[in-house]
Design a protein around this ligand. Structure first.
Ligand SMILES: [Zn+2]
Length: 268
């Protein structure tokens, strides 16, 4: 059932892994550029990721946020290579102490990883001396950070993009903050999005702008219906369709109604 795919773009190497082959939401891509690896992949795919990590020397491990698909192997990679991971300040405690995850996430990704990471330094480079800019972009998670390579116009987008629309939301995500972060990232210049779920997305800035416009539009529709007194679940059914099997399985932790509720808070 596992998805395993290797691909390359110029000097960027990538491996896609995932226990279930159910599309972008159940698979994950670990990227390597020179001696830098961005995120670690989920713990239940370590048998495929270990040889990928082992095949080249590692100098730098950058973490975008604490979620278990991104940081599930942080402890293993750190132990195997001796490299201390670099992570956003707000990720450090969760990465050190671990945290509980819902059953469905354990099924898909395995357990969160644990490691002692260092906070991101004020300035970062790839081994070649090329600049790496960290852009703090919360909303999906409170600690989420994207990494931009300004000289190339490449953005390692963490979970900011994934798709140019959005149908479901986790209970701990905040659309208003996500929109602010998206606007902030759109102030930078980039052409290629390196998304850990979708893959490489050309015209990245245009696609991210489309996602922003889509959410603003959605929030407008949601709020108009809400003002007419339509209940949240009804708004959700009408605009986004019935809840999926995954929503039910997650006890609505990941659901369309969460997206509707969060859209109600957006200041338009
Ligand atoms: Zn995430």
């Amino acid at each position: 059932m596992s998805v395993i795919e290797r691909f390359q773009h110029e000097d960027l190497e990538a491996i896609r892994v995932g226990r279930f082959n159910l599309g972008v939401n159940t698979s994950f891509i670990v990227y390597r550029l020179g001696e830098t690896v961005i995120d670690t992949g989920p713990s239940n795919q370590w048998r495929f990721l270990k040889p990928f990590i082992a095949e080249k020397p590692l100098e730098q491990l950058l973490i975008t946020h604490h979620h278990e698909d991104h940081a599930g192997n942080i402890g293993r990679i750190s132990q195997m290579t001796g490299v201390t991971p670099l992570a956003p300040e707000l990720s450090l405690k969760k990465l050190r102490d671990g945290y509980a995850t819902p059953l469905m996430q354990k099924l898909v990704w395995g357990y969160p990883g644990k490691a002692e990471a260092k906070p991101l330094p004020a300035s970062m480079t790839l081994g070649s001396g090329e600049a790496v800019e960290a852009i703090f972009a919360p909303g999906h998670a409170r600690d989420m950070t994207c990494y931009l390579l300004p000289e190339r116009g490449w953005l390692f987008s963490a979970d900011l993009y994934i798709a140019n629309y959005l149908k479901m939301l986790r209970a701990d995500e905040d659309i208003s903050i996500l929109l602010e972060s998206t606007l902030k990232v759109l102030e930078y210049d980039f052409e290629l999005i390196c998304c850990p779920h979708r893959g490489l997305v050309k015209d990245g800035k245009t696609r991210l702008r489309e996602k922003y416009d889509y959410i603003i539009n959605l929030a407008g529709k949601v709020q108009a219906m809400h003002q007419k007194g339509v209940p949240v679940t009804e708004i959700s059914d009408q605009i986004l369709g019935k809840e999926s099997f995954i929503s039910l399985l997650s006890g609505y932790n990941f659901s369309k109604r969460n997206l509707v509720k969060s859209c109600l808070e957006v200041k338009l």
